[in-house]
Design a protein around this ligand. Sequence first.
Ligand SMILES: Cc1cc2nc3c(=O)[nH]c(=O)nc-3n(C[C@H](O)[C@H](O)[C@H](O)COP(=O)(O)O)c2cc1C
Length: 362
Amino acid sequence: MPTLFDPLELGALELPNRIAMAPLTRARSNRDAVPNELMAAYYAQRASAGLIISEATGISREGLGWPNAPGLWNDQQVDGWKLVTDAVHRSGGRIVAQLWHMGRLVHPDLGERQPVSSSATTAPDYAHTYEGKKPYTAARAASFADIQRITADYATAARNAIVAGFDGVQIHGANGYLVDQFLRNGANFRTDQYGCSIDNRLRFMTEVLEAVGGAIGMERVGIRFSPNIYSQGVEDSDPITLFTAVAHRLERLRVPWIELREAHQPTSAGAIPTEPVSPFMRPIYSGKILLNSDYDGPSARERMALGIADGISFGRPFISNPDLVQRIALGAPLSPGDVGTFYSGGAAGYVDYPNLDEAEAA
Ligand SMILES: Cc1cc2nc3c(=O)[nH]c(=O)nc-3n(C[C@H](O)[C@H](O)[C@H](O)COP(=O)(O)O)c2cc1C
């Protein structure tokens, strides 16, 4: 059985270890969604990860509803990301861009138009805007022309990611955003070829993957799901059947890797009491599976020994432990993060978490 410290091939990517940094929105870009030197420093500090998955990155203005999150739809954003990818590569790391369309979770203050979703619905709770939290507004059901436009935007953003120096992309299919709004039947009420049956609900994801794979080569594409988490009003009545079908589809499309944010403890954020889907996907899907959520070093080692995961991705532990790989190798304690600076702020709580040797010297 491979360990966390064995190399791993994810399509075209060669990882020196199996400890990935999960995507983490940190909201340090400017209002034009352009990344900067501070972000380059943050990511470079974490370059010992086998793979860095970038924070969710908007594919278009209409698809990005998070203040100060980055984008990948114009040249300024590409130039900003070059600072990041250069810094990560100079530090010996690998980084893929997580491509994001938030669907009904884009407030018009940011998306500049009425949001689209699989169906005409309104998300529960509140949107983040530059003027604070506001109730979500009603989305309209995406027309066929919308779907074609959005799919093309994914392909353009993927090409931009490669121009910006990323080693590949991950499609954000998790956490209640647009791909998830099509996949799970708690948000998709369509009666056309994009809704109702599971086969139809997989169509949007399939078209996005085909467009992105066609643009940059499927060997540089991965996708993330959150199958047993209730996310921003999105859930499914039968996750095991749905994600078994997803596994068959990804196998057919030859998508080389997936990341599952799969709650495995009742205390995991958003966990709903359903069985994990990974044991059902594993026998069908021959690509690599990264598992995420609530792991530390010992529990990640235990999970690897069960033989389902090819690697483990860590979110919050990477925020406050830039040298997480070394800490896990040494069995060293992990530093806690400051939740108050997770989603906003400047350098504080972002690039000032010490490595083990710096912490010991202090
Ligand atoms: C500050 C913060 C930002 C996050 N941003 C993203 C994101 O941009 N994309 C995404 O797919 N998940 C995002 N997540 C979810 C994490 O990737 C991860 O699934 C979650 O933190 C659970 O893993 P952990 O227990 O290792 O932290 C975010 C989580 C946190 C705490």
